[in-house]
Design a protein around this ligand. Structure first.
Ligand SMILES: Cc1cc2nc3c(=O)[nH]c(=O)nc-3n(C[C@H](O)[C@H](O)[C@H](O)COP(=O)(O)O)c2cc1C
Length: 344
């Protein structure tokens, strides 16, 4: 049994904690509830003709939804990744795998991320911590992560709060943008910058854009909180006190989406962090996102004994809710939804 000081043990800790503990942000909300989509009693639409197709990384999606990066690096995680990938393939959605650091360092773990055989046509996203670029990783390691899973793009995730409260955290974030500029220049696939639940501000997004990042996943505050997850892994009381102080830290998802879209009209924007139904997805798009993404709810379904069927059913509910929201706000396609103006 891997212990929690190894990467493999940490991955299993994370899954166990996320599934069994209350790891939601506290004292901060996504902001979706404060917005209302404009209801019409007279939609000029046949609901059956509503079109939720979009394009992402040159591939077609049947709905604007991504299953967010979560796992890999442990044998138990392989089943979860395959389950999520098969569901994404069936529904025509995109998917990211969890951080591949472990497998880039130890090739024997690569299979725990490799899902292409069950998801041949989806946009598939590789994942590494951006901070690893300060801990020995370079373009070559990024390329290895992409090749390992035949990915369409590489996510570099930014998780300063998680690293700061984690007992074994990598906390030297100095000078990262310069390294990211090099990755953007030399990697043949697009780089996606992503937070993990504390949000990316407009100012940060502009700095990322300036070094070549063209896709940003806000992963804002109000959903799963990584300081809360790490709270359950603290070896002592002081550590858990520090982590719990940050349960409300970060930029709410809705604010991050609005702020970034206002300053970067051309960036591809993923709205995530606390997406919990199809109305949240509709609001994320109306606020400026191109796609929405969900993590913890998909994990909960993936470990259900019905596996793929449970994930498909859960995400079909989100897609149905999105379609109803579009119908009742008179949006026949995603362009119409994105053109809506929401008020608080
Ligand atoms: C079990 C678990 C593991 C995660 N691991 C990663 C990871 O390796 N890389 C990453 O970029 N984000 C990771 N995340 C963060 C999610 O991708 C997402 O940004 C965050 O959970 C907020 O979304 P949610 O509120 O829908 O859960 C993980 C989330 C969960 C629940």
């Amino acid at each position: 049994m891997p212990d929690s000081t190894t990467i493999e043990g940490r991955k299993l800790d994370h899954i166990r904690i996320v599934l069994s503990e209350d790891v939601a942000a506290k004292g901060v909300v996504t902001g979706f509830a404060a917005y209302r989509l404009p209801h019409t009693a007279i939609p000029d639409l046949d609901m059956d003709e509503i079109d939720t197709h979009t394009t992402f990384l040159g591939k077609s999606l049947r709905a604007p939804l991504l299953i967010s990066s979560m796992t890999g690096g442990a044998q138990a995680a392989e089943r979860i990744n395959l389950t999520l990938a098969e569901a994404a393939q069936q529904l025509g959605l995109a998917m990211g795998v969890g951080s591949q650091r472990a497998a880039v360092a130890d090739g024997r773990l690569a299979s725990t991320y490799q899902v292409r055989r069950v998801a041949p046509s989806i946009p598939l996203l590789a994942n590494l911590g951006a901070v690893q670029l300060n801990y020995g990783f370079g373009v070559e390691h990024c390329q290895r992560a992409v090749d390992m899973i035949e990915a369409d793009a590489l996510i570099l995730h930014f998780n300063p709060l998680q690293e700061a409260v984690q007992p074994e955290g990598n906390v030297n974030f100095k000078g990262l943008l310069k390294r990211i500029e090099q990755v953007c220049r030399e990697l043949p696939v697009p780089v996606i910058a992503k937070e993990v639940g504390n949000g990316i501000s407009a100012a940060d997004a502009q700095r990322l854009y300036a070094v070549g990042v063209r896709i940003i996943d806000v992963a804002g505050a109000g959903g799963t909180s990584w300081s809360e997850v790490e709270r359950f892994r603290q070896p002592d009381q002081q550590g858990s006190q520090v982590a719990s102080t940050f349960a409300g830290w970060g930029l709410p998802t809705t604010e991050a989406i609005r702020q970034i879209r206002a300053v970067l009209p051309a960036v591809t924007l993923i709205g995530s962090g606390g997406i919990r139904n199809g109305v949240d997805i509709a609001k994320a798009l109306a606020l400026g996102a191109d796609l929405a993404a969900t993590a913890r709810p998909a994990l909960i379904s993936a470990v259900d004994e019905r596996g793929v069927e449970a994930v498909v059913e859960q995400l079909q509910v989100y897609i149905k809710e999105l379609r109803v929201a579009m119908f009742c706000s008179n949006c026949g396609n995603l362009a119409a939804l994105r053109a809506l103006h929401l008020t608080e």
